[in-house]
Design a protein around this ligand. Structure first.
Ligand code: NAP
Length: 266
């Protein structure tokens, strides 16, 4: 399939090469900053940089919006697409309906819409990710577009689901807890160790075992440990005293501890 990317950030960095490796052709990449466009294009076979949002003469059939969720409407307002092309967004939280509405309002020609959401965390500059085991959550405005997106999805991944916007929003919310918040807690642990002259690496085994055990259990709540789970109130108070100078961290510690305790009250 002939494809163009609008956005050259974290997601595009990994998805564009994955689509090429699956035999598809990336024609054009647009990004606000030319250097970001050039950076991604340099890793693709013969994609060209596209300096504006007028794609009226593009040979592409599929246009992938890989811009921040909050920028999708503004981009749609300036986007000019060829007639009967397909526009998909890649967001976990924006609905298909919202994209359909924006296309109806802003496009002068008929355009089909869809969602191509990859349930994974992507960072630009990291080595390209293998999409085979990345769940793809797809949705489309019509059956023909749905079939096409499913075929495309199956070309890059073994895990392809048709997921409604409401289901995707729930998955995304769960992913924020499981992925983004977990990483933030790791960053806090990093600060606490290194600020006190300790090596963060000392925590590596316990972090690995926590994730392994949580994934192996039928419910991660079954393998919860720690002072809040045990009801060791003296230890909790001592930790809160240690965080006296960091009231935000104390707040986070307290909220999570209370949540754990409530879960195990008999
Ligand atoms: N990153 C992930 O882990 C991940 C995972 C799954 C889904 N997604 C979804 O993928 C989409 C893109 O996320 P991302 O993490 O790749 O974002 P990102 O790294 O911030 O990249 C955003 C891209 O959009 C461009 N952009 C930003 N604001 C813009 C605007 N107002 N108008 C036009 N272009 C604009 C940026 O251009 P410049 O850099 O040139 O300024 C950049 O090329 C989002 O919908 C996100 O929910 C992300």
């Amino acid at each position: 399939m002939e494809i163009s990317f609008i956005g050259a950030g974290n997601l595009a960095w990994h998805l564009a090469p994955a689509l090429e490796n699956a035999g598809h052709h990336i024609n054009e990449v647009y990004s606000r900053q030319l250097q970001h466009t050039r950076q991604l294009v340099s890793y693709l076979y013969d994609a060209r940089t596209h300096s504006d949002l007028n794609f009226a003469d593009s040979p592409s059939q599929l246009f992938i919006l890989a811009v921040p969720d909050d920028a999708i409407e503004a981009v749609c307002a300036r986007l000019v697409l060829p007639e009967n092309s397909i526009l998909v967004h890649t967001s976990g939280s924006q609905s298909l309906r919202a994209l359909q509405n924006w296309v109806t309002v802003y496009s002068d020609v008929p355009v089909q819409t869809g969602v191509f959401y990859a349930l994974q965390t992507f960072s630009k500059g990291q080595s390209f990710m293998d999409f085979n085991e990345i769940p793809l959550c797809l949705e489309a405005s019509d059956k023909e577009t749905e079939d096409l997106l499913v075929k495309l999805g199956q070309d890059v991944s073994d895990i392809v689901y048709l997921i409604t916007s409401a289901e995707r929003r729930t998955l995304h919310l769960a992913a924020v807890f499981a992925c983004n918040f977990t990483n933030h807690l790791l960053a806090i642990a990093h600060d606490l160790t290194t600020d006190n002259g300790l090596e963060f690496d000392l925590l590596q085994p316990i972090i690995r075992e926590t994730i392994r055990k949580g994934l192996a259990a039928s419910d991660p709540a079954d393998v919860q440990t720690g002072p809040a789970r045990r009801g060791d109130l003296t230890t909790i108070e001592s930790h809160l005293a240690q965080l006296e100078q960091q009231p935000r961290l104390a707040e986070i510690y307290q909220i999570i501890s209370e949540n754990i305790q409530q879960r195990y009250i008999k």
